[in-house]
Write a protein that binds this ligand. Sequence first.
Ligand SMILES: Nc1ncnc2c1ncn2[C@@H]1O[C@H](COP(=O)(O)OP(=O)(O)O)[C@@H](O)[C@H]1O
Ligand SMILES: [Mg+2]
Length: 364
Amino acid sequence: MSRTRVLLLFGGRSAEHEVSVVSARSVYAAIDRERYDVVLTGIDQQGRWYFGGKNSESLLSTTTVVPDKQVPARLSTAGTSLVSEDGDDLPDSEFDVVFPLLHGPYGEDGTVQGLLELAGLAYVGAGVAASAVGMDKALARAIFAASGLPQTQYSVIARSDWRRAQVPVLERLEGEHDYPLFVKPANLGSSVGISKVHDRQELQAGLELASQYDTKLIVERSVENARELECAVLGNEYLKASGIGEIIPGAEFYDYTTKYIDDQSELVIPAVLEKSESEAIQELAMRTFKAIDCSGLARVDFFMRPDGSVLVNEINTMPGFTPISMYPKLWAAAGVAYGDLIDRLIQFGLERHLDRKDLQSTLS
Ligand SMILES: Nc1ncnc2c1ncn2[C@@H]1O[C@H](COP(=O)(O)OP(=O)(O)O)[C@@H](O)[C@H]1O
Ligand SMILES: [Mg+2]
């Protein structure tokens, strides 16, 4: 049987560019070479795609995608290969399936997935809508609410309302919630632009900060003294949930520095929980996955209050994917090695594509 050709897309225009490159390096090293050939394509921080044929590997040699001998590339009109900017065919760029190993905006948010859908391609992970919802904390919370999933109370603020008149917004929020609160831009990951606020002055500063990153802001009641638990979900129609992991943040909250710079936080697998508690969280993880109509993979993050009650915090449709990231570690603990996990994800991507191929469009 000929090997399946996987276009590994990595880098990208988000704050998690470097994490994506590290993940890509690990996937490249661990993928089963008997079954797969890898076509490496790096996206730089401006959003340009680079394919380098035989020089591809050097795209992975630095922590950011910096073209060395590679040429800018884009999808061919046929979709299943790349062409140069002038439209010339690029040798050895043909592929069967795309693995968009991209985190954050312009990668995990449905935009790249939309491009791949238009080109008629098979790809790993969530589709357009689930990716977009997973990335937008306000939309995700609306869907969690509609699905009866337990979560913290929250309010959504349009940046335009905030900019037009700050005092009414502050008064409204103080009428709806007690401090402490979390203020977040709706559409960003990796804790960028998030603050925990304890009074009106901090709330004002938090809204100002968040409004640098998005036109829609979310204010949430802080879940105090909560444990942070995470569960990995794998599958399309039939889902599997991993055991539960716990994050012990080194700072007051799991902010960008703790996540990516200090490496202060600790992952505990499995989290110390009663069996019934773990099972309830696995059930919630799969319900959350289905609620947003996710496919392939997701990591669902929870808060557990001191009284044992559990709230859904968020769903990440392209979770950190280095071998030391929570998602692969949860599966490794469940007996699915990193290389196997990659294999399963690719197979789920191909299956989803096949499953949708015979759908009738309105014109046919
Ligand atoms: N409502 C909340 N209550 C308590 N802690 C929170 C709350 N929201 C966020 N946090 C803390 O901030 C971190 C980052 O927030 P999160 O919503 O997960 O954003 P991101 O998408 O950037 O990961 C969480 O891991 C947690 O430590
Ligand atoms: Mg988070």
